[in-house]
Design a protein around this ligand. Structure first.
Ligand SMILES: [Zn+2]
Length: 265
């Protein structure tokens, strides 16, 4: 069950394939910062210079520390133990982990953050790092708590979008959800409470991630973005979803589900 929960903590975004000058050698370079230990095995021919592996490692660590600061500021989560982050060559990542998911995964957290890498710090890679950091931080804050999938994934999706400058869910995403709602195609909140989305096929996973993000976006609009930190703290402390929803939003899960569906029309 624990394994299911942790594997659930994954990210759906597909990173672009990178050109390979040579194969990854399976030997990971390691570098540390205040809160992270980075291991990387992406294919970069040289170690020095602007396009070298050292510069890439420094960029990734700076981005992770930036994410750490944002996490403390937005969600009041500040894991104390250093977090291991492994950045894989994309082909090696696929060969090692594709069987764990029924959709193309860009990364996952299972005690260690593992991401499908790139040879430079792209926006997509940065977003995956931000997303997985939320899972790592929630696990550090409440290692024995089963979070509902929609909370765990929804907050991770919200955080990666918010720290990328997106204040609310996009119009296109909202329209897609409204269309699903009209067709009766939304997932129920109890279905989204499953700790893992890893077993869903690509289409169902897409809906589950989007709807989870939209639910957290709904809560953020209801009482303000700052309410999310309070909600997570209440949930971690009480280990009771309805109690945490009631304390912060004066809602229970059933009412949240009904109002969310009504808002989508
Ligand atoms: Zn995730």
């Amino acid at each position: 069950m624990r394994v299911a929960l942790l594997v659930a903590a994954c990210s759906l975004t597909l990173l672009p394939a990178t050109a390979r000058a040579r194969g990854a050698d399976g030997e990971f370079d390691q570098r540390r910062s205040s809160h992270f230990v980075l291991h990387q095995d992406v294919v970069i021919d040289q170690s020095g210079g602007l396009h070298g592996s050292r510069h890439f490692e420094q960029q990734v660590l700076v981005e992770l520390e930036r994410a750490y600061d944002a996490l403390g500021e937005w969600l009041a989560l500040r894991p104390r133990r250093r977090i291991d982050v492994v950045v894989y060559d994309p082909a090696r990542f696929d060969a090692a982990f594709a069987g764990r998911f029924r959709f193309p995964a860009a990364g996952f957290y299972h005690g260690v953050i593992r991401v499908r890498g790139d040879t430079q710090l792209t926006v997509a890679l940065s977003r995956v790092l931000h997303h997985e950091l939320v899972h790592a931080a929630l696990d550090a804050a409440a290692p024995t708590l089963w979070l509902p999938g929609w909370v765990n994934e929804g907050v991770a999706e919200w955080f990666e979008a918010r720290t990328d400058g997106q204040r609310e869910i996009g119009l296109r995403e909202r329209a897609a959800l409204a269309s699903l709602a009209r067709q009766g195609g939304l997932a129920s909140l109890s279905a989204l409470a499953m700790p893992s989305f890893a077993g869903l096929d690509a289409r169902d996973a897409q809906v589950a991630y989007l709807q989870s993000y939209a639910l957290i976006d709904y809560l953020a609009r209801l009482e303000g973005e700052r309410s999310l930190a309070k909600f997570l703290a209440e949930l971690i402390q009480s280990r009771n979803l309805d109690r945490a929803l009631h304390r912060v939003y004066r809602l229970d899960a059933a009412t949240l589900e009904a109002r969310f569906a009504r808002e989508l029309g």
